[in-house]
Ligand binder design. Structure first.
Ligand code: FAD
Ligand code: AMP
Length: 507
């Protein structure tokens, strides 16, 4: 508290107002509103979409402020949005800790390592996660400082085409900006029939904070988040039941890959119940009784903790005055064109709050794009080449349409396939599950999509993203040298296999 900051417009603003008598407070407040700070760009939201946009705008020489309202558990402002605070980063920290625990308990003996009675210190695991989050969120503060981005804390509301009102506690101030970027992200969807209580029935953020390993854990939703968080606690010893309304497992994933993954996850002990429509949840004592129905009838499931992971919705609460004219689509996303322009000239929107996959890297890419546009350069986002990753074990990563989608669209293709079990590196690291599947256009040989189930799929997909960005053919990848022994040789062999010339397996 009490920090002073000189705005780019040269005005001095202060949040020490509340040390003055009340009538002086009012006068100072009115004064502050009149002496509104002026910027070239104001970005609302400091998640991976907003903070990247802000940094890039500043790099391009634009005076830039980024406003964010996020506070941590101690009430301190924390940058980085969902991704850094309660999303990508903390979930990956826990996935890594739980994977180590699982390997110690189940796989180290394959290497001759004998460890008896391995145990997990949950508090230490959570503290490690919190430290990683703090390092990264504070890192963004440093990046803002380094690049000259003015960081303002509070809730922002667009009240005019170039005017933003910022409320922090009882204080109100305004800022003016020629361009405004809305990057307010998303929030977990709450099922009205299963309201969160913050302790036993929680959203994804709550599932990152369990202080003890739940004996029985229920997860509603077998999407990316449900599978990742279910995996964390299952590896640590919870009996995990995942209830999924759809009858198809991971419908967005290539069928061959999804079927293999489903089999492997079930073998690991994840009890995935498809076609299970949750109809309610009742607290009884220390447990939660979940009602659901499937084609076998009505059922009850007793769990100690229940995670509701049924998707996320765009977050636009109190974000703008209706008179400004910013339009939403029928699903509540801010309407934008292909270059993230909203219905109001000079106002852009990026990240989870607009159409497209709710992925951090998609939002960041849009952030880079709008910064260039605002600075007068040309830019675009190539939405055709956005990779997806599910950080289960094995990981699932893909880019481009599934084989089923290509068939439906009548696009002729050739398929190449290569199992990790046929690579030396996968055997050496004792992680042979999965495969690489490459689909290339039958006539042009251009790579249309790649689907990977396997260890480090999240890293392996990067090669393919670059290749596809450059419109590579399967032949291009087949003729590219891949280091030996690496898992990337499976990508190489899958490319060779498109033309039936894989070396290390029968074609
Ligand atoms: P957000 O990260 O949600 O940031 C928006 C920011 O805006 C927040 O800080 C919010 O406080 C602020 N804000 C909102 N309204 C206002 C306002 N009016 N005034 C001021 N500030 C405001 N994606 C991946 O790509 N990879 C992953 O591995 C991954 N894992 C995930 C795991 C979990 C458990 C969850 C929940 C999500 C995960 N995601 C992952 C999704 C990813 O977190 C989001 O796609 C990403 O955070 C979206 O970025 P954003 O900048 O659009 O919004
Ligand atoms: P995602 O959108 O990837 O986060 O996945 C959320 C998943 O939750 C989807 O697969 C939905 O089908 C599933 N889901 C949504 N509502 C319910 C419900 N009431 N019961 C079970 N699963 C649900």
């Amino acid at each position: 508290m009490g920090s002073r900051r000189r705005s780019q417009s040269g005005l001095v603003t202060t949040n020490k107002l509340w040390t003055y008598p009340r009538f002086i407070q009012s006068i100072l407040q009115i004064g502050l509103i009149i002496m509104s700070e002026k910027y070239d760009v104001v970005v609302i939201g400091a998640g991976p979409a907003g903070y990247v946009a802000a940094i890039r705008c500043a790099q391009l020489g634009l005076s830039t402020a980024c406003i964010d309202e996020w506070t941590d558990d101690h009430g301190k402002p924390s940058l980085g949005g969902t991704c850094l605070n309660v999303g990508c980063i903390p979930s990956k920290a826990l996935l890594d800790s739980s994977e180590h625990f699982h390997r110690v308990s189940h796989e180290f003996q394959n290497h001759g390592i004998q460890i008896k009675d391995a145990s997990m210190d949950i508090k230490k695991m959570l503290a490690r996660k919190d430290k990683i989050v703090a390092t990264l969120t504070q890192g963004i503060q440093g990046l803002f400082k380094h690049n000259g981005v003015i960081n303002l804390h509070g809730h922002a509301r667009v009240i005019g085409k170039e005017t933003i009102e910022i409320t922090d506690g009882k204080q109100k101030r305004t800022a003016q900006a020629a361009s405004i970027v809305l990057a307010t992200g998303s929030r977990p969807i709450e099922l009205p029939i299963v309201p969160f209580d913050g302790t036993r029935i929680v959203d994804s953020s709550g599932a990152l904070e369990f202080q003890r390993i739940p004996k029985r854990l229920g997860v509603i939703g077998a999407g990316v988040i449900g599978l990742e968080l279910g995996s964390v606690w299952q590896r640590l010893g919870s009996q995990v039941v995942i209830l999924e309304a759809l009858t198809t497992f991971l419908p967005a994933v290539d069928r061959q890959i999804a079927t293999d993954a489903e089999r492997l996850f079930r073998q690991q002990g994840l009890d995935i119940r498809l076609g299970a429509n949750v109809t309610g949840a009742q607290q009884s004592g220390k447990s939660v009784s979940v009602s659901y129905s499937d084609n076998g009838g009505d059922h009850q499931l007793k769990v100690d903790r229940l995670v509701v992971a049924v998707g996320r919705r765009p977050y636009t609460e109190a974000l703008f005055d209706d008179r400004v004219g910013i339009e939403l689509d029928d699903r509540g996303y801010i309407k934008v064109d292909d270059e993230c322009r909203t219905s109001v000239p000079g106002v852009y929107a990026i990240g989870d709050v607009v159409r497209g996959p709710m992925l951090a890297h998609k939002g960041s890419e849009e952030g880079l794009c709008v910064a260039d546009l605002i600075a007068g350069h040309s830019a675009h986002v190539n939405y055709e080449v956005i990779p997806w990753v599910i950080y289960t074990d094995p990981e699932i990563a893909w880019i481009g349409p599934t084989e089923q989608q290509l068939k439906r669209q009548g696009i002729p293709y050739r398929a190449g396939m290569f199992p990790f079990a046929a690579t030396g590196r996968a055997l050496a690291i004792d992680n042979t599950a999965g495969r690489v599947k490459m689909l290339a256009h039958e006539q042009t040989d251009q790579v249309l999509s790649v689907h990977i189930l396997g260890s480090q799929a999240s890293e392996l997909i990067a090669e393919v993203v670059v290749a596809m960005e450059f419109s590579a053919s399967a032949e291009d990848i087949a003729r590219t040298v891949h280091a030996h022994p690496t898992l990337s040789e499976a990508v190489h062999e899958a490319a060779l296999s498109v033309h039936k010339r894989a070396i290390h397996r029968a074609n």
